[in-house]
Design a protein around this ligand. Structure first.
Ligand code: ADP
Length: 177
């Protein structure tokens, strides 16, 4: 068997990552264009453990990763402290917060709850390498990019499901995966 052929049969990160082709797009946060209400809506309408933060929907450049739990706690605290944070407050994951117009509410700075260097792999990374990285680094999730654009996410559970699927296949096909 040629090495090249063997490679073409390998499962890649893009085959395991979510969303699948037919799924709705990845739920992401943008670094400086969402309101507190937008973030709260995302949190209540989805059940994901975390959300990638991107520069903008257009660029899909990855900035970091924020856990649902940390977002919820930070927003609750900010609202409770009543330091001017309301539904229409703009949320910033950026280092710099531009001065707000006098008429607009106080901004909510959430950069400190964001993981600034979430683990990423490219869409063509073979799954055996991804599995190895998850094991060695004890990852909970990993983001998948292509040319610097965010494409998807792989969680530890996605990996476990993938491995269970592989184990259920007939031995011949496993040989070539
Ligand atoms: P787990 O995989 O442990 O259940 P999650 O609840 O975070 O963790 O994810 C559930 C499923 O949704 C997984 O298949 C994962 O790949 C996918 N997923 C996780 N986060 C997001 C997100 N922000 N947007 C879209 N899909 C996501």
């Amino acid at each position: 068997l040629e090495a090249k052929e063997e490679f073409s049969h390998k499962t890649l990160a893009m085959d395991v990552m979510r969303p699948r082709r037919s799924d709705p797009p990845l739920s992401v946060l943008t670094q400086d264009s969402m309101t507190v209400e937008d973030v709260e809506t995302l949190i209540t309408e989805t059940s994901y453990s975390g959300f990638p933060v991107v520069v903008s929907h257009e660029s899909q450049r990855l900035v970091g990763f924020a856990l649902r739990r940390d977002l919820t706690i930070s927003i609750e605290n900010a609202r409770r402290r009543q330091d001017g944070i309301v539904s229409t407050s703009r949320v910033f994951f950026t280092e710099y917060t531009p001065p707000q117009a006098p008429s607009s509410p106080a901004p909510l700075k959430l950069r400190s709850v964001m993981d600034l260097s979430p683990f990423t792999v490219t869409d063509h990374t073979p799954m055996e390498i991804v599995v190895d990285i998850f094991r060695k680094l004890g990852l909970r999730q990993c983001l998948v990019t292509h040319n610097g654009r965010l494409l998807g996410i792989i969680t530890k559970k996605d990996i476990l499901k993938h491995m269970a699927q592989m184990a259920n296949r007939d031995p011949d096909s496993i040989l070539f995966n």
